[in-house]
Design a protein around this ligand. Structure first.
Ligand code: PEP
Ligand code: MN
Length: 342
C-alpha cells in the first residue's frame, strides 16, 4: 500500500501516520520528495484495508498495490480457469454456447427451441423461471413449473441448463433443477444472494450489473469465491448508455479488460446488450474476436408470442447461422465449442 500525503502535511501528521502503520505491525518507508511525501507500507495489506486511512489529517490518497479481489485476480491464479457445467467446459479455449428463450413458457415450445439450438451447436440451454421485470404487472415467470420443464427439456436433449435465481430463499429449490445458477444484472450486488450461491458448489453465471464497473463485477465474483464456490463465469451484457438506439451499451473492451485482471472466464450476451436481433450477430462475433469464452443468446421460435424479451429474440434459423459463424471464428482463433456429454 502507498500512502500519499498532502503537500501541506505537517511533521506531526507524518509522525501520526507512521505510528498508526507501525502499531498494526507493518513497516513504513518514508520518502520525502521536493513536492510530496509518500509512505510505502510493507506487510499484509489486509490489515490496512480495514483502516480508514484517508480520514487521517494530512493523507491525500491511499493506493493499494494488490487488487481487492484476491481470489478472482489473475495474480493469485495466473492460469485461466476452466469451469465445468455438467460436462460442458467454459474457459481456457472452450466456448460456452448458451441459448434458449428469455422465459420458459410451455413444454412444447421449450422442446421446439431446445431441439433447434442443440442442432445449431448450442451446448447449454437457458430459460427463465423467475423473471426480474421492471414492472410488477409484467410477466414474472412460471416458477417451479418452469424449472421442471427446463430440466426435462435439458435432459431430453442432453444439455446442461442455466436459469436465473433472484431470491436467496429460492436457491435450494432452483439448485434441485439447474446445472448452473444465473445471477441477473439487477442482482449483481445482491450480496445475500451471492453469499447463498457461494455456498453451493454448482457453477454460477454472474452477469454484470448495468451500472457496475469491472471492479464491481469482480468484487461480486469475490463474494461467491470467498464462500468456497470456485465455479464462476462472468457475463458482459451491456451497461447503461445514453442512446436509445440500443437497449444497452455493449462494452466489448470489458472482455479483454477482465481477462487481464482475472482468471475467471467471461462470456458475452449480445441479446441484452443490444436488444436488437439485427445487431446481435455482429456483437456476438465481436465478443468472440475480443476473446470471450462464450456467447449467450436468446432464441425464440415465435418472438411475437414471447412472454418476455420477444423483440430481441433470434429465430432458430438466425441462431443456426450465427452459431456456424462463431464456430468458424473460434477455430480460426484456436478455440473450440465442446458438445454436451451424452
Ligand atoms: C435474462 O437473461 O433474461 C436477463 C434478465 O438478463 P439480465 O439480468 O442481463 O438483464
Ligand atoms: Mn431476457
Amino acid at each position: 500500500m502507498i500512502i500519499i500525503l498532502k503537500s501541506d502535511v505537517t511533521q506531526q501528521q507524518i509522525d501520526h501516520v507512521l505510528e498508526r502503520v507501525e502499531s498494526l505491525g507493518l513497516r513504513a518507508h518514508l520518502s520525502q520528495g521536493t513536492h510530496r511525501t509518500i509512505i510505502g507500507v510493507i506487510g499484509d495489506e489486509e490489515k490496512l484495508r480495514a483502516e480508514p486511512l484517508r480520514a487521517i489529517p494530512g493523507v491525500a490518497e491511499v493506493m493499494p498495490v494488490l487488487p481487492p479481489f484476491k481470489l478472482a485476480s489473475r495474480d493469485a491464479h495466473p492460469q485461466s480457469s476452466v469451469i465445468d457445467v455438467a460436462g460442458v467446459k467454459i474457459g481456457g479455449g472452450h466456448l460456452g454456447m448458451i441459448a434458449g428463450p428469455c422465459a420458459v413458457e410451455e413444454a412444447g415450445r421449450m422442446d421446439t427451441i431446445a431441439a433447434a439450438v442443440r442442432q445449431a451447436g448450442a451446448n447449454i440451454l437457458r430459460g427463465g423461471a423467475f423473471k426480474p421485470r421492471s414492472s410488477p404487472y409484467s410477466y414474472q415467470g412460471m416458477g417451479e413449473e418452469a424449472l421442471k420443464i427446463l430440466r426435462q427439456t435439458g435432459d431430453r436433449y442432453e444439455m446442461p441448463v442455466v436459469t436465473e435465481v433472484m431470491d436467496p430463499r429460492r436457491v435450494e429449490l432452483v439448485e434441485q433443477y439447474t446445472d448452473m445458477f444465473q445471477i441477473g444484472a439487477r442482482n449483481m450486488q445482491n450480496f445475500v444472494l451471492l453469499t447463498e450461491v457461494g455456498q453451493s458448489r454448482k457453477p454460477v453465471l454472474l452477469k454484470r450489473g448495468m451500472s457496475a464497473t469491472i471492479n464491481d463485477l469482480l468484487m461480486s465474483a469475490e463474494y461467491i469465491l470467498s464462500q468456497g464456490n470456485p465455479h464462476v463465469v462472468l457475463c458482459e451484457r451491456g451497461i447503461k448508455g445514453f442512446d436509445p438506439a440500443v437497449r444497452n451499451l455493449f462494452d466489448v473492451a470489458a472482455v479483454p479488460a477482465v481477462q487481464v485482471l482475472s482468471h475467471l472466464p467471461i462470456i458475452v450476451d449480445p441479446s441484452h446488450a443490444t436488444g436488437r436481433p439485427d445487431l446481435i450477430p455482429a456483437c456476438a462475433l465481436a465478443g468472440v474476436a475480443a476473446g470471450a469464452d462464450g456467447v449467450h443468446v436468446e432464441v425464440h421460435n415465435c418472438p411475437e408470442e414471447a412472454k418476455s424479451d420477444g423483440p430481441q429474440a433470434l429465430l432458430p434459423e438466425q441462431y443456426a447461422e450465427l452459431a456456424g459463424q462463431i464456430r468458424r471464428l473460434a477455430e480460426l482463433m484456436g478455440r473450440r465449442i465442446s458438445s454436451p456429454p451424452g
